[in-house]
Design a protein around this ligand. Structure first.
Ligand code: IPE
Ligand code: IPE
Ligand code: MG
Length: 236
């Protein structure tokens, strides 16, 4: 049972394991990515149903550019299809679509699709869906530092809140919960600044097998946690 008063305000997901899922079945890795994209759709649906206001999906890291060109190309093709297909769905469901990361490195046609989706959905009132694309946490922090230096803000004026406003995630609360699939227990450069007090949930399930029920289970698990933020337990 979900506690309706403890729904995380922001969930981030490191969608990992597509390649292994395919390899285990003797299929090309791209089949895993294709199946993974289906899972993303479902997770977006469930997130909306249960009232999560912000969902951030780590879809392509800045380090992922190092993969073989053929894999990068097919991932970009899938991303293109996803953006083309989902815009209508975003409008129907009132989703605000955003991206974080070095999106200028993406192929131009994808940049245009992103721009279109961001502009068209900007005034929607529903959940904010953020896609981390060509994203790296260190890269984001470094870009923010450069912007601060250029802004003329004096060192003594700089606060955590002000610094936060220079990040790609300026208008998002920090993630309450970060989920990573596929059994890897690392952050892989995802939301480094923002995850300072995130609850982490790891599962061995590969992303293409991450069902609606498992997502709900992760939320339930989160709801049982006691977040102390450095303070002592409320129970003591
Ligand atoms: C996650 O699946 C998707 C991306 C990183 C683009 P992987 O492609 O990393 O799958 P594994 O980790 O190799 O199984
Ligand atoms: C993290 O997965 C990035 C995404 C899920 C987009 P990776 O598969 O790239 O991460 P590592 O290499 O296992 O750390
Ligand atoms: Mg991986």
């Amino acid at each position: 049972m979900l506690l309706t008063d403890r729904i995380p305000r922001h969930v981030g997901i490191i969608m990992d394991g597509n390649g292994r899922w395919a390899e285990l079945r003797g299929l090309p890795r791209i089949e895993g990515h294709r199946r993974g994209a289906e899972r993303s759709r479902e997770v977006v649906e469930v997130a909306m149903e249960i009232g999560i206001k912000n969902l951030t999906l780590y879809a392509f890291s800045i380090e992922n550019w190092q993969r073989p060109p053929s894999e990068v190309t097919t991932l970009m093709r899938l991303l293109e299809l996803y953006l083309k297909k989902e815009l209508r769905e975003f409008m129907k469901r009132g989703i605000v679509f955003k991206t974080i990361g070095e999106t200028y490195m993406l192929p131009e046609n994808i940049q245009l699709l992103i721009k279109e989706a961001e502009e068209k959905t900007a005034l929607n009132k529903g959940m904010t869906l953020t896609a981390a694309l060509s994203y790296g946490g260190r890269n984001e922090i470094l870009r923010a530092v450069k912007k601060v230096l250029h802004s003329g803000i004096r060192p003594e004026e700089l606060t955590e809140d002000l610094f936060n406003s220079f990040l790609d995630t300026a208008n998002l609360p920090g993630p309450d919960l970060i989920i990573r699939t596929s059994g890897e227990m690392r952050i892989s450069n995802f939301l480094l600044w923002q995850s300072a007090y995130s609850e982490l949930y790891f599962t061995d399930t590969l992303w293409p097998d991450f069902t609606r029920d498992e997502f709900l289970f992760a939320i339930q698990d989160y709801q049982q946690r006691e977040r102390r933020f450095g303070n002592i337990s409320v129970r003591s």
